[in-house]
Design a protein around this ligand. Structure first.
Ligand code: 1GP
Length: 245
């Protein structure tokens, strides 16, 4: 299987992906948000949420695909998030979930359908880092084996597990709307230990927060919430991600 995400990283440098949650706006609005993100320099649009229905995911993916030319990558909370309108799908296992459903069951439900639709899967190890006192939605749903901010070695062990499973990338996730992003110590320790692509997201709301995580070794920065609230901030964050050295 071709490693597209590593190829994008090689040719385009550090990447920025924009996450759109189908539950947060109607499809036409999602299309406009995606277009604005693409115009601001975002390299791909991700579509997903922890509680999204198939109808919402499908309609939003269609509207986004019609609005942009960058890859449209599904980031599903489960098999219901699969849509034929996407170009790619993160075929992901939530490695520190304690629920079999998020480790392999939803994937099993979606696999045959993905083959039939011909969407390109990007195998990904998804790792939740608990940075906030109030659990984020994804934490409430996934009931993770907790990785706290100081559990650097535990985070590295999970990330290595993803690499040894043969996954193409690892996603260090603080959760959408997290009070604090993934700590720099975890980003840099994971980057040092791994040779696969390192994606970092959740709670990144300033150019500085993005820049620091790129310096720590992130290959891809994901933002969601900020693009909905403050389009100018999104432009500044993407600029920071794309700064050289
Ligand atoms: C969530 O990492 C993404 O999966 C984006 O999080 O909405 O906090 O930017 P934010």
């Amino acid at each position: 299987m071709e490693n597209e995400i590593a190829n994008w990283r090689k040719t385009k440098g550090v990447l920025h992906f924009t996450l759109i949650d189908p539950d947060k706006q109607p499809p036409t609005e999602a299309g406009k948000l995606a277009k604005a993100a693409q115009d601001a320099g975002s390299d791909a649009i991700m579509i997903g949420g922890s509680t999204t229905s198939h109808e919402a995911a499908d309609a939003t993916t269609k509207a986004v695909r019609e609005s942009v030319s960058v890859p449209v990558i599904l980031f599903p909370g489960g098999a219901s998030g699969v849509s034929r309108h996407a170009t790619h799908i993160f075929f992901m296992s939530l490695l520190n979930s304690t629920k079999r459903r998020f480790l392999v069951e939803e994937q099993l439900k979606g696999a045959m359908y993905i083959r039939k639709l011909g969407i390109t899967p990007i195998p990904m190890g998804y790792i939740l880092i608990s940075t906030s006192e109030t659990p984020t939605t994804v934490e409430r749903v996934a009931e993770p084996d907790p990785i706290r901010e100081s559990d650097v070695e535990k985070a590295v062990a999970y990330a290595l597990t993803a690499q040894y499973f043969g996954m193409q990338c690892v996603y260090l996730e603080a959760g959408s709307g997290a009070q604090k992003p993934v700590p720099l110590e975890i980003v840099s320790a994971v980057k040092k230990a791994l040779s696969i692509v390192v994606i970092v997201g959740g709670g990144i709301r300033s150019p500085d927060a993005a820049r620091q995580r790129v310096k720590a070794g992130a290959d891809v920065i994901v933002t969601g919430t900020i693009g909905e609230r403050d389009p100018q901030k999104l432009i500044d964050i993407i600029k920071a991600v794309k700064e050289k050295g």
